[in-house]
Write a protein that binds this ligand. Structure first.
Ligand SMILES: CC(C)(COP(=O)(O)OP(=O)(O)OC[C@H]1O[C@@H](n2cnc3c(N)ncnc32)[C@H](O)[C@@H]1OP(=O)(O)O)[C@@H](O)C(=O)NCCC(=O)NCCS
Length: 333
């Protein structure tokens, strides 16, 4: 059994099966079209690949590989992202899942990656056996204090801005440029970020937008609040009358943006915010208007990291402690 970079035909075979898990409400036709288009985007050409485990019985398992660069305190690390790890039905529970992870780790170590990350859709124990560690804390839930928010909006001198949704961002190229400029400014300051270019942003936005446009089921809408003057932005998703989830915060001067976010909550009557454990600064800002905050534990849906470099072993998305390197984000959206 060998691990090989997949040919188009092999990718098609896997997609045909994985559609029922990762179809996200798309029709099969749209699921194929989505994947085809994704592979043909500029960023994907050098950074996004599909690997399969091939045998005499054909393709038995596969995964997607993203190549990313992470800037930690000015030092660049090569990171591999694994996605859509899949074993063909009828061949499961025979060790193939563990085998493909083992082969992936060996292959990536030989290619001099410094670490491997993945977002586990299943219980994380499957990956801890291979040395992966959970790096995000549990979900952080904030119930906002409605009265305090209304008071704040009444008394503030700032004019809250309207959130821009992902379709508007994609329609007008100027936004992608602005987002990248802000991101890059913060990146240059060495704040532990994934190295992103405009192509990468387009790749990510395309992924999020496709389901929104073509899925039969309702997916949350991604929104952006951008403060050009203060080189900051907030990306969040929201679903009507439900919670709002903060996906990414970039920049340091967030006061104006938070007022705009609260304004959005007020307009939509949403008073619960969800996010992975925030940075201490964001926690402090959010804390001012919260009624109640708590951690929601879950077994699945974890960012996991396998360190192939001694410095990465101290990486955490959680609290900053003496021995750990706190990172701000790991590409949440
Ligand atoms: C998860 C998956 C890749 C495992 O493949 P497999 O060939 O059955 O795995 P193996 O035979 O090597 O190992 C079986 C192990 O997987 C575990 N496993 C299978 N499904 C699991 C799940 N949903 N949650 C947690 N563990 C799971 C089994 O409990 C077993 O555990 P053990 O190693 O402690 O005995 C396969 O079930 C699959 O393709 N599932 C659908 C796609 C998916 O959910 N992928 C994971 C994305 S993060």
């Amino acid at each position: 059994m060998i691990l090989v970079q997949a040919k188009k035909q092999q990718i098609f075979k896997i997609l045909r099966e994985s559609f029922e898990i990762w179809g996200d409400g798309l029709s099969f036709k749209h699921y194929l079209r989505f994947n085809y288009q994704l592979f043909n985007l500029a960023w994907a050409k050098n950074h996004y690949k599909f690997y399969v485990l091939a045998s005499q019985n054909g393709v038995l398992a596969g995964f997607k590989l993203y190549s990313l660069k992470l800037n930690i305190q000015g030092r660049i690390f090569r990171i591999a992202g694994l996605g859509a790890i899949y074993v063909k039905k009828g061949f499961r529970q025979k060790g193939l899942g563990h085998q493909i992870i083992d082969l992936a780790i060996k292959h990536l170590a030989s290619k001099k990656y410094d670490g491997i990350v993945l977002f586990s859709d299943i219980a994380s124990q499957f990956y801890t056996r291979h040395g992966f560690k959970v790096i995000n804390q549990d979900d952080y839930i904030i119930d906002l204090d409605k009265d305090k928010i209304i008071d704040h909006l009444k008394n503030t001198s700032q004019t809250p801005q309207k959130a821009i949704n992902i379709s508007e961002i994609l329609l007008d190229r100027k936004w992608a440029k602005i987002l990248c400029t802000i991101y890059h400014k913060n990146y240059k300051l060495g704040h532990n970020l994934i190295r992103r270019c405009r192509h990468y942003l387009s790749f990510k936005l395309f992924k999020e937008h496709y389901a929104l446009k073509h899925a039969k089921t309702k997916s949350p809408v991604i929104n952006f609040l951008i403060d050009i003057q203060n080189s900051s932005y907030i990306i969040f998703s929201s679903q009507k009358h439900q919670k709002l989830r903060i996906l990414e915060v970039c920049g340091y001067n967030l006061i104006g943006l938070m007022t705009s976010l609260y304004y959005y909550c007020f307009k939509k009557n949403i008073y619960t915010i969800e996010l992975f454990k925030p940075s201490p600064k964001l926690e402090e800002i959010l804390g001012q208007f919260s009624q109640n905050t708590y951690l929601k534990k879950r077994d699945w849906g974890k960012f996991m990291l396998l360190s192939l470099h001694e410095k990465l072993a101290r990486l955490t998305l959680g609290k900053n402690t003496e021995n750990q390197i706190y990172i701000h984000e790991f590409d949440y959206f």
